[in-house]
Design a protein around this ligand. Structure first.
Ligand SMILES: Nc1ncnc2c1ncn2[C@@H]1O[C@H](COP(=O)(O)OP(=O)(O)OP(=O)(O)O)[C@@H](O)[C@H]1O
Length: 255
């Protein structure tokens, strides 16, 4: 089933940089899609345009059957509840506990008053504990977030995104700040939990080998355009060369 449909998405930044150029994309329920492409290709701009952290210049975005371009206020907040975001720099509130960071994923479901006072329900708290169990951090839940290693902080980031009960996770270079071993641990948790929960994931990565290991589908972007859309098997070495090095006019789109 189609979860997200993007048509003709473009983003021109105020300084004239064309970061996305008429991009089309479809994500189905439960897919694990990895976006690759050279630095500056527009990967972050794409992810952030989908949840409207960045305002696209043009195009249509349909999420769970609803047009999301132009929606504001309550409707935008409701849409964002269903799109969890994972960041390269984790974006935790480092001075508060691990479990509080996970509970922040519930803020979109609470009144601003209850949220400001941290009045989380018992069931939210129990769910947060169970998320932390799943990412192997149950024992660390009352530590301050900044007492954890980078890899552990990113596991908190995953648990926080999951506590939103999202249909889609947008992961913007989730392993770019981590060593190779921690990177694989993070990808393992992200992939496994998304699969188990039936959550779709759109993940930007620089590491092509890791993309091929986990993705059910890979999208290659170059200068803001989609130039490859296919299975990991279809992403041959020649195709990788073309995505990273050459004019996308030569790159065959496979889907
Ligand atoms: N706020 C901004 N204002 C102007 N140009 C921007 C802005 N943010 C990004 N860009 C430009 O838009 C283009 C796409 O940037 P983006 O960060 O989306 O690429 P990326 O593929 O995620 O790169 P990287 O892999 O290095 O993170 C680049 O040319 C970048 O310099």
């Amino acid at each position: 089933m189609t979860l997200l449909q993007v048509e003709g998405l473009s983003k021109i930044y105020p300084d004239g940089t064309k970061a996305l150029d008429n991009l089309n994309l479809e994500i189905r329920t439960g897919e694990f899609v990895v976006v690759i492409g050279p630095s500056g290709a527009g990967k972050s701009t794409l992810l952030r345009s989908l949840n409207r952290m960045i305002e696209p210049t043009n195009g249509k975005i349909r999420f769970k059957g609803e047009e999301t371009m132009g929606i504001k206020g309550k409707k935008l907040r409701e849409m964002r509840r269903h799109m969890g975001m994972i960041f390269q720099g984790y974006n935790l509130v480092t001075r508060v506990s691990v479990i509080k960071n996970v509970l922040h994923g519930r803020l979109g479901y609470m009144s601003p008053f209850k949220g400001a006072l941290g009045l989380y329900s018992k069931s939210d708290t129990e769910a947060a504990k169970s998320m932390l169990q799943r990412v192997g951090l149950y024992e660390q839940m009352y530590k301050r977030a900044d007492e954890l290693s980078g890899g552990q902080q990113q596991r908190v980031g995953i648990a926080r995104a999951l506590s939103q009960k999202p249909d889609l996770i947008l992961a913007d270079e989730p392993i770019a700040s981590l060593d190779p071993a921690s990177s694989l641990t993070i990808m393992h948790y992200l992939y496994t939990i998304c699969k188990e929960e039936g959550i779709a994931c759109l993940c930007n990565l620089h590491q092509v080998e890791i993309a091929k290991k986990y993705a059910t589908r890979i999208i290659g972007i170059h200068k803001g355009s989609k130039v490859f859309d296919g299975s990991p098997e279809e992403l041959t070495d020649d195709m990788i060369q073309l995505i990273y090095n050459q004019s996308h006019a030569k790159v065959k789109e496979t889907a």
